[in-house]
Write a protein that binds this ligand. Structure first.
Ligand code: AQP
Length: 333
């Protein structure tokens, strides 16, 4: 049985090393495995749960597609498309929002974090975002969803919604209950300025993240300025627990060198941060610079980028429309 893979990235600008190591790098590996059918979506309907400038959104959509391709996703093998172009996503999100329970959504920590103290002023879309995410996944009979650790809770909600729909309408296995694909180690990359906060596109300081469009000098400079502590690097994993910034940087190094925490710790034990940061800069530059250059090159060719999403849209729409017809029948519409 082929695995059906689905995942999305919001076109909210500043795609960063966290998005890459937590999600996109995984997408590329899945794309390269012929046992998989992959669909990667630019989730622009999710992006508008917070204010967006339409011009910037358009350019961020192009940048996200360019990032997918520059990172190594092959549009001939995988479907790449734009969520807003397939109207089934919004329609099925409505139906699923009549299945999901308020109590389930009230538990979502991402809403609490993103809405902050002013939750009365947050959009309804920000609150119901995980239901739209469930529609995205379930429309394509996805079996596996590669995401960063921060999306685990939303995926559990998606599974609950699928099971409740199947039970309520007595349609056993109609919606496939998807499995998360979350890397065990290094699944959450933290801010370079605060090891307790996740690296994020919307963080004000550009020095908190390595953007996938950063050039060599910017990467070196950001790593040089990354927050650390005054101690030398430890020799035991347990010692990292109280040192979040050191843990994060060693995690990034290990992830990029396909190594383990322990091996990286063994390599740098007792050394000072400036020595480690030189090596870290080298591996980040080696991985990210070619992607950054390729993104810039692809962004010059908007016709090519538009063609990718047009082709992807046709394929995605065909699959989704079939599922919508079946859902209509089940619902009695
Ligand atoms: N810091 C992170 N570490 C590991 N994985 C991460 N992801 C995001 N941040 C990290 C994963 O990247 C994928 C795409 O994320 P998204 O664009 O859909 O939205 P997000 O999770 O809300 O990303 P940001 O950067 O945190 O954006 P803002 O600042 O707008 O909230 C997802 O699979 C996610 O897990």
């Amino acid at each position: 049985m082929k695995k059906k893979i689905f995942s999305g990235v919001q076109p909210t600008g500043n795609l960063h090393l966290g998005n890459y190591l937590g999600a996109i790098k995984n997408f590329v590996d899945l794309n390269n495995d012929n046992q998989n059918e992959c669909i990667f979506c630019v989730v622009d309907l999710h992006a508008i749960t917070v204010n967006q400038n339409p011009k910037e959104l358009k350019s961020n959509i192009h940048e996200t597609i360019a990032t997918f391709v520059a990172s190594g996703i092959d549009p001939q093998k995988s479907i790449i498309f734009n969520q807003s172009q397939v109207s089934a996503h919004a329609e099925i999100a409505w139906i699923l929002s009549c299945v999901a329970r308020m109590g389930w959504l009230n538990r979502m920590t991402q809403f609490k974090e993103k809405a902050g103290k002013d939750k009365e002023k947050a959009s309804i879309g920000l609150y119901s975002y995980p239901v739209l995410m469930a529609a995205d996944i379930l429309l394509y009979d996805s079996t596996h969803v590669p995401v960063g650790e921060d999306q685990k809770q939303h995926l559990e909600l998606c599974r609950d919604i699928a099971q409740k729909f199947n039970n309520d309408f007595k349609v056993k296995d109609f919606f496939k209950v998807p499995e998360p694909l979350i890397k065990k180690e290094f699944s959450r990359i933290m801010s370079l300025k605060d090891g307790l906060k996740k690296m994020s596109k919307s963080e004000m300081s550009d020095f908190s993240r390595i953007n996938l469009t950063d050039d060599k000098d910017q990467i070196i400079n950001k790593i040089k300025k990354a927050k650390t502590d005054t101690l030398p690097l430890p020799s035991k994993i347990e010692e990292l627990e109280k040192r979040p910034e050191a843990k994060n940087l060693i995690g990034i190094y290990s992830s990029l060198t396909n190594s383990t925490f322990q091996k990286s710790i063994d390599k740098f034990a007792g050394k000072n941060f400036s020595e480690f940061k030189d090596d870290l800069s080298d591996v980040v530059v080696d991985e990210i610079s070619p992607i950054s250059l390729k993104i810039k090159e692809l962004l010059e060719d908007k016709v090519f980028l538009e063609k990718i999403v047009k082709d992807g849209h046709e394929k995605a729409n065909e699959i989704a429309s079939k599922k919508v017809k079946e859902i209509h029948k089940i619902m009695g519409f």
